[in-house]
Design a protein around this ligand. Structure first.
Ligand code: SF4
Length: 287
């Protein structure tokens, strides 16, 4: 008999929950004329449902009919998109998470005060692109090897983080910057990793050490899900990303006595439940 332990922090985070609710409300209010520039959240199953409910995904704002509703994503959007949307008289529904908007405010303040803004995050992520709109001279740091000796010496710097960044990596970057730049004249450090991300990262560490197999449920396109997987794998090599109940399950699960389950922030609880039901078919029972 396999015992299944489900992490406390599974299902949507507060920001994603709010974003999905806002989209659903818009779909009911403005039937057939609600658009999004790419996925609103990084979960295929949820996006499939929203598309069935007539959310139109487009790659360019030029493909949106004037007077329609445009959903702005939870992790921010570019200023260009917002001003173009206003010119086109689009109705904007901003699903930006309050944590993301707080990071934007901090970024704007640091930039306005003349500090060199350093952002710890992934350059290609929409959240970081939106921050670069606010502070065009900001530097994005994605790896430790990018941090050169004396690059910021004599400067006033402000360090912020992508909301879904790994806490260990953020601390490592901050320490390396300060070690390699002993003559920084002023350093303002803001740990802007959101509370939900921090909680899941702490929980996955504990859970990975307690179980034979760890399943992290979420889409391969979800940055926070992949980060949970990396943290889990560092502790337990039998850690796997499972997108849904239809995914290929690792064969090791058949021999496991204890299975741990956690999800990314954009994975709905009902999808977690479906995966748990599938584990039960391997002889599992919930703890
Ligand atoms: S992961 Fe954090 S920042 Fe992102 S939507 Fe959820 S609560 Fe907001």
């Amino acid at each position: 008999m396999v015992s299944i332990t489900i992490a406390t922090h599974t299902g949507f985070c507060s920001g994603v929950k709010r974003a999905v609710q806002l989209v659903q409300q818009s779909l009911s209010a403005h039937k057939g004329r609600v658009y999004s520039l790419g996925p609103v959240i990084h979960n295929h199953r949820v996006m499939e449902i929203l598309k069935k409910n007539k959310l139109h995904l487009v790659s360019s704002i030029n493909n949106i009919k004037p007077g329609s509703t445009l959903i702005l994503p939870s992790h921010g959007s570019s200023r260009h998109t917002e001003s173009k949307a206003r010119q086109m008289s689009l109705r904007l529904v901003n699903t930006m998470c309050p944590y993301v908007s707080l990071v934007q405010k901090i970024c704007a303040t640091l930039n306005r005060d003349g500090l060199q803004v350093l952002i710890v995050g992934d350059r290609a992520h929409p959240e970081i692109k939106a921050l670069l709109d606010i502070a065009p001279s900001a530097r994005v740091i994605t790896s430790i090897k990018e941090i050169k000796e004396d690059a910021f010496s004599g400067k006033r710097i402000g360090i912020i983080s992508q909301t879904t960044q790994s806490r260990e990596f953020f601390i490592n970057v901050v320490n390396t910057i300060l070690k390699k730049n002993k003559k920084v004249s002023e350093a303002h450090i803001f740990n802007t990793i959101c509370l939900d991300t921090s909680r899941r990262q702490e929980e996955v560490k504990g859970l990975a050490g307690l179980v034979d197999v760890l399943l992290v449920i979420g889409s391969k396109t979800s940055a926070n899900t992949k980060r949970l997987l990396v943290i889990g794998q560092a502790i337990n090599k039998n850690s796997y990303l499972i997108e849904s109940e239809h995914s290929r399950f690792p064969t090791v699960i058949k021999r496991a006595r204890r299975v741990g389950v956690i999800s990314g922030a954009s994975t709905p609880s009902w999808l977690v439940e479906k995966v748990v039901e599938k584990i039960k078919k391997y002889g599992g029972s919930r703890k």
